[in-house]
Design a protein around this ligand. Structure first.
Ligand SMILES: C[S@@+](CC[C@H](N)C(=O)[O-])C[C@H]1O[C@@H](n2cnc3c(N)ncnc32)[C@H](O)[C@@H]1O
Length: 252
C-alpha cells in the first residue's frame, strides 16, 4: 500500500487545527471518466455544505439516512472506501441494507459510482468529506448499525503516526453514531497500527469484543469484506492482516 508522501503540512490541513489522515492528491479523471462521473454524481453523491476546507462539513449539516434507498433497514458506513470494492460488493449482496461510503479522494468516488452503476446498486450513497467531521455531526447519534474501516493509511513513520485516522477521539465519534450493539469492524495489514487500535479499543469506554476473538484479541477475517487490491498487495508482501470487531455497549 503506498504511503502518502508528506514533506510539509499539506493543503488538506491548512484550514484545520488538527492534522488530517489524508493528503490532497490531484490525479485528474480522464475525459471519459469525468463524463461518467458527471452523469452518476447526482445519483450517488450527497451534497455536503462545507465549513472552511473543501472536504470539511458544515457543523449544522445532518445526513438524511431516510433518503438512502431502500429508506429503512440497517445502516452501514464505510470510512475511507477507496475505489469502493468492499462497499459496492456488499451493497450488491445486501439490497435491504443502506450503505454510506465516506471518502475524500474524488477519483476513488468516481470509480465507486461507476462500479455501483454497473452492478445496478442503488442502496449506496457517497459522501466526499473528512470522516471525523461526518461522524461528529453529519450522522445522527445512534443511527448506524456498523462502521467499517478497512486498510486505513498506515502512516508508518514515527513522526507521522499522529495523522492516523483511528485514535481515541475517532473511537469516541464511532461510539456516538453506533446504535447500542452496533459493530465497528477494522482491518489492517500494518501490525503496529492494528495493535494500537486493539489496545485503544480494550481501554475505550463503550466497546466490548464482538463475537469470537483469538487470545491476542483479533477477530476472524470478516467474511463480508471482499479481497481488495490493498489486501492482496499486503499479503503478497508477507504482511499479516489483522481484523478487529467491537460492539457498542448499551447506553446507560
Ligand atoms: C489505504 S486506502 C484503503 C481503501 C479501501 N478501504 C481498501 O481497503 O481498498 C485509505 C483510504 O482512506 C481515505 N481516507 C484517509 N483519510 C480519510 C478521511 N479522514 N476521511 C475520508 N477518507 C479518508 C484515503 O483517501 C484512501 O482512499
Amino acid at each position: 500500500m503506498p504511503e502518502p508522501v508528506v514533506t510539509a503540512p499539506g493543503p488538506a490541513s491548512s484550514h484545520r487545527s488538527v492534522p488530517v489522515s489524508f493528503v490532497r492528491r490531484s490525479r485528474r479523471l480522464s475525459d471519459g471518466q469525468q463524463r461518467l462521473w458527471d452523469e452518476q454524481r447526482p445519483r450517488y453523491l450527497v451534497d455536503v455544505p462545507r465549513a472552511a476546507a473543501s472536504t470539511s462539513v458544515a457543523p449544522a449539516f445532518v445526513l438524511d439516512l431516510a433518503a438512502v434507498p431502500p429508506g429503512d433497514g440497517p445502516v452501514v458506513v464505510e470510512i475511507g472506501s477507496g475505489q469502493g470494492d468492499a462497499v459496492v460488493t456488499a451493497a450488491s449482496a445486501r439490497p435491504g441494507t443502506r450503505f454510506v461510503a465516506v471518502e475524500v479522494y474524488e477519483p476513488g468516488l468516481a470509480h465507486t459510482a461507476r462500479s455501483a452503476a454497473a452492478a445496478g446498486v442503488d442502496n449506496l450513497r457517497l459522501v466526499q468529506a473528512n470522516a471525523p467531521e461526518v461522524l461528529a455531526s453529519a450522522l445522527p447519534e445512534a443511527s448506524v448499525d456498523e462502521v467499517w474501516v478497512f486498510f486505513p493509511d498506515p502512516w508508518r513513520k514515527a513522526r507521522h503516526t499522529k495523522r492516523r485516522l483511528v485514535d481515541e477521539a475517532f473511537l469516541r465519534l464511532v461510539a456516538r453514531v453506533l446504535v447500542d450493539g452496533g459493530v465497528l469492524r477494522f482491518a489492517s495489514d500494518w501490525e503496529p497500527y492494528a495493535e494500537q487500535v486493539r489496545d485503544l479499543l480494550v481501554a475505550a469506554d463503550g466497546f466490548v469484543p464482538h463475537g469470537e476473538t483469538t487470545p491476542d484479541g483479533w477477530a476472524p477475517r470478516f467474511e463480508g469484506r471482499v479481497l481488495t487490491g490493498f489486501e492482496r498487495k499486503g499479503t503478497a508482501a508477507g504482511r499479516v492482516v489483522h481484523d478487529l470487531a467491537y460492539a457498542r455497549t448499551p447506553r446507560g
